[in-house]
Design a binder for this molecule. Structure first.
Ligand code: BV8
Ligand code: ZN
Length: 250
């Protein structure tokens, strides 16, 4: 017996649509043990984003910013995808068009088997030289000090910092699949960071049925068609079970 009740409207929308778009934030990885940003005990509680996740901070103290990403990389290497990640990966099979947009940089959606992942904010497993943009994705990440490229440039994590543009194709694809879906899920995000937080609004303006899955209310809860208050690691497997009962594998 499902502990999560899905509304009649969502049931009908999921049965009628062949296109689903999902936006995930740090909350989806919380149950894997990856700290979120703005929850109590989250990453930003100790440091402010402007102190760390921006280019000026990196240039003023490269070792400090690099060591912070090292610390986060080590956390992410030790954690595993949780049932929420695996449920999203399996959901892909039941819709002709299923797009997963993530703000997360932890690589957990890929590790759970999701094939179509749009990484809006980059990926902590990748690095590049700020001068020649050469990639260093398999460097010895156990170092605490920043590394230099053979061209003399500093090597930085391939993540989007505050004040930096999101990758052009990722944002274009994310907007495209937010405009063209029957159901849009916004899962585990406080909806405070733009332009990612504009995507549920885009979906709503294009007549999608927009659903939020989060244990807490967010800045966007009022505009949602439906809010499912719960943890993604519990709600998503139940949603998958419902979809498996009502949709055939593509
Ligand atoms: C840009 C990568 C322009 C690095 C990150 C004023 C108003 C509006 C916008 C702005 C403004 N001033 C400045 C801006 C723009 C700024 C912005 O939005 N600032 C905000 C803070 C006001 N945005 C930018 O700077 C972006 N760039 O605008 O560039 C431009 C254009 C052209 C040319 C040049 C420039 C860049 C933004 C990207 C920044 N990078 N991360 C890193 O990770 O180190 S942001 C960071 O926040 C992460 O990516 C994270 O994903 C993202 C959003 O946070 P969430 O994922 O939502 O996480 P959070 O902790 O906030 O919330 C967790 C949620 O999970 C909670 O709701 C919680 O209840 C829930 N939860 C907890 N447990 C569970 C759960 N849910 C489900 N299940 C659970 N178990
Ligand atoms: Zn270089």
């Amino acid at each position: 017996m499902s502990r999560v009740q899905f509304s009649k409207e969502l049931v009908e929308r999921l049965n009628d649509t062949e296109a689903v778009t999902v936006l995930t934030g740090a909350g989806v990885s919380a149950e894997s043990g990856v700290p979120t940003f703005r929850d109590p005990g989250g990453i930003w509680e100790k440091f402010k984003p402007e102190q760390l996740a921006n280019f000026e901070a990196f240039m003023s103290d490269p070792d400090f910013v690099w060591s912070w990403y090292q610390h986060r990389r080590e956390i992410m290497r030790d954690v595993k995808p949780n049932p929420g990640h695996y449920a999203l990966a399996e959901m892909e099979k039941y819709f002709a068009v299923f797009n997963l947009i993530t703000q997360n940089i932890d690589n957990l959606h890929h590790r759970a088997g999701s094939k179509k992942v749009i990484e809006l904010h980059g990926n902590i497993e990748r690095n590049y030289c700020i001068k020649c943009r050469k990639h260093f994705d398999d460097i010895d990440i156990c170092r605490k000090q920043v590394l230099k490229c053979d061209c003399g440039g500093l090597i930085r994590p391939d993540v989007v910092w505050f004040g930096e543009a999101l990758p052009y194709n990722a944002l274009k694809n994310a907007e495209e699949c937010s405009r063209n879906c029957g159901v849009f899920f916004s899962i585990g995000t406080s909806a405070e960071v733009y332009p990612a937080a504009s995507l549920p609004l885009v979906a709503k303006q294009h007549y999608s049925y927009v659903v939020e899955i989060n244990p807490k209310r967010t800045a966007h809860s009022e505009l949602m068609d439906e809010v499912i208050e719960g943890r993604s690691g519990e709600v998503l497997p139940e949603l998958l079970n419902f979809i498996k009962l009502n949709k055939i594998e593509k």
